[in-house]
Design a protein around this ligand. Structure first.
Ligand SMILES: NC(=O)c1ccc[n+]([C@@H]2O[C@H](COP(=O)([O-])OP(=O)(O)OC[C@H]3O[C@@H](n4cnc5c(N)ncnc54)[C@H](OP(=O)(O)O)[C@@H]3O)[C@@H](O)[C@H]2O)c1
Length: 252
């Protein structure tokens, strides 16, 4: 039976990815900063481990406890909705610690095992915000753009050992707690000077009819892991697919 480790499974996409792989008879190592089994389905193929991707000891312990892995999904992430002047640099640092360095550290930690086994897949959850510049998202978008380039470059190193790295770019998914979590963790003190601009921008987003569902992301991750011919970047969700086409990207 194949085994996948998923980060950030307390909610949203992470939980949907766990369910998708369990339904297809994979062994799943679900990980959370604060493990709460009640947030996950009951299954003999599921193990729940504590993991904070910003904590080196936590990473080392979880990777040892997980055992051999066929796939790693770096899903844990934090959002930030604010203009640059409204964001404290320490918050930006915290966001990069999770979204960029956390994924790098996890990838680095699983590589020796995957190399020894002669294969594996690492899927990093990026975002459709990297497809075009957007206001009030500059710090978050920069973190995901860094993740993109890291993944594409690292993939060339990993290929030497039969290991694949892929990116999934979800669109906007109001069904997850992402926006609420972003505001709760990062604050949203928009400077007065930008107030009207940010309000008008967020209102313009409300009219978008195409959305991403957690199941779209789980399906894209499944394809990235199981289809050796999957492209480097997989948009997930109707809105992400539209942007991908509009930006002239092809899933090749
Ligand atoms: N929802 C969207 O519109 C959207 C769109 C594009 C991309 N994404 C990306 O998709 C991923 C999942 O987002 P989501 O929508 O499912 O949001 P979510 O419900 O807020 O889930 C984010 C998960 O990341 C975990 N996490 C945060 N910091 C962590 C850390 N240091 N170590 C381990 N886990 C940590 C959270 O756990 P805690 O409960 O412990 O905080 C939570 O389980 C993120 O990478 C996000 O950037 C989301």
């Amino acid at each position: 039976m194949s085994r996948v480790l998923v980060t950030g499974t307390s909610s949203g996409f992470g939980r949907a990815i766990v369910e998708h792989f369990l339904d297809r008879d994979w062994e799943v190592v679900a990980t959370m900063r604060t493990p709460s089994p009640e947030d996950l389905p009951v299954s003999g193929n599921l193990r729940l481990l504590r993991l904070d991707v910003t904590d080196a000891t936590s990473i080392a312990e979880a990777v040892v406890e997980a055992g051999p892995l066929d796939a790693l999904v770096n899903n844990a992430g934090v959002g930030m909705l604010n203009v640059l002047e409204g964001a404290e640099i320490n918050r930006a640092r915290e966001l990069f610690e999770t979204n960029v360095l956390g994924a790098m550290a996890m990838t680095r930690a699983v590589m020796p095992g995957m190399r020894a086994r002669g294969g594996g897949v690492i899927v990093n959850i990026s975002s459709s915000v990297t497809l075009r510049p957007l206001p009030a998202l500059s710090i978050y978008s920069a973190s995901k753009a860094a993740l993109n380039m890291f993944t594409e470059s690292f993939a060339l190193e990993a290929a030497e050992f039969g290991i694949r790295a892929r990116l999934v770019l979800p669109g906007s998914a109001p069904e997850t707690s992402f926006g609420r979590n972003a505001v709760a963790r990062m604050g949203m003190d928009v400077p007065e000077e930008y107030g009207a601009f940010v309000k008008a921008y967020f209102q313009s987003l409300q009219v978008a009819t195409e959305k991403t569902r957690a199941s779209d992301v789980a399906q894209a991750v499944w394809r990235a892991v199981t289809d050796e011919g999957a492209p480097m970047m997989l948009p997930a969700g109707a809105d992400a697919e539209t942007w991908f086409r509009e930006e002239g990207r092809t899933a090749a």
